[in-house]
Write a protein that binds this ligand. Structure first.
Ligand SMILES: [Zn+2]
Length: 294
């Protein structure tokens, strides 16, 4: 997992060179089509130096998630939960609780699959991975809530976006979204300068030690999207050690759908009409961002 940033960066470069190779594969759609899944991972949240944090919890829910929810509730902090479909089906009541307490549900694939090139050769497999979670979370989301996706292991291909954006429902997603904080453990002169929760637990660190890494990275960057998980025995203790300190320091907490940088990728309320789209040469739809439309 420590290599994820590097892997994702390599994938992003590879995606650039291979971008739109499958454009002919995607059939034209009547009217305006705007791609919401982006060909490259959205590494830039724009939250650094804003004194704002978006807490994100991946891979749940499971039976340890309620303890995390209890801490967030006591602090009145809202977060974003990137849901795995299999877990949602195993813990439906906890999934419902996440939504009912004002957190944003988001999509993290059905089985936490590594979305390799295999999924481009078998588009139905890719569609199933995203659709299975969508079917679980969409009925629980509030009208107007935006849909977000985070790729397991950060693995993403531009061809994935082409496939998913051809689906009239799934193309409404923004993503894949990455993170600014929580990606890896780094040390300096014996100080924990940054931390990643899964790796903290792997190293048998306490929640307090792990929290030092999170807090130092958050303070250094003065905001960002924070990656955590809600499924481990120490998950709640970590939140308890990190979040009250941030509240004390006046940090602003936002859900991922409140991140201004991502608004450009969202579905406009009313899609602009395109006259006689069939006869006009259209630019590659994946390149169009809603912000560029007037
Ligand atoms: Zn994950």
């Amino acid at each position: 997992m420590r290599l994820l940033g590097l892997v994702a960066a390599i994938l992003a470069v590879a995606a650039g060179t291979a971008a739109f190779a499958q454009a002919a594969h995607t059939a034209p759609v009547q009217g305006t089509q705007i791609a919401y899944f982006q060909p490259r991972t959205l590494f830039h949240s724009g939250l650094r130096d804003t004194h704002s944090v978006a807490l994100t919890f991946d891979d749940g829910p499971n039976y340890r998630t309620p303890a995390v929810l209890d801490v967030l509730k006591a602090l009145n902090v809202k977060a974003t939960f990137f849901i795995v479909g299999n877990m949602a089906r195993a813990y439906p009541r906890i999934l419902t609780r996440i939504a009912s307490e004002g957190h944003l549900l988001a999509n993290h694939s059905a089985t936490h699959a590594l979305l390799s090139g295999e999924y481009d050769r078998h588009p139905e497999m890719l569609l199933d991975q995203i659709r299975a979670v969508n079917d679980e979370i969409a009925p629980l989301m509030r009208p107007g809530d935006q849909f977000f996706f985070r790729a397991p292991y950060g693995s993403w291909h531009s061809a994935h976006a082409e496939i998913l954006n051809a689906d009239p429902v799934l193309r409404n997603y923004t993503g894949p979204v990455y993170w600014d904080i929580g990606g890896d453990i780094t040390m300096h002169d014996g100080y924990v300068m940054s931390a990643a929760d899964w790796d903290c637990w792997h190293l048998h660190w306490t929640a307090d030690v792990c929290a030092k890494g999170y807090l130092r990275e958050i303070r250094r960057k003065n905001g960002g999207i924070v990656l955590m998980h809600c499924i481990h025995s120490q998950s709640a203790a970590l939140v308890e050690a990190v979040v009250p300190a941030l509240v004390e320091e006046g940090y602003n907490f936002v859900r991922v759908d409140q991140v201004g940088e991502f608004k450009q990728y969202e579905t406009p309320q009313t899609a602009p009409a395109v006259a006689d789209a069939g006869s006009i040469p259209r630019p590659n739809v994946v390149n169009i961002r809603s912000a560029s439309l007037k």
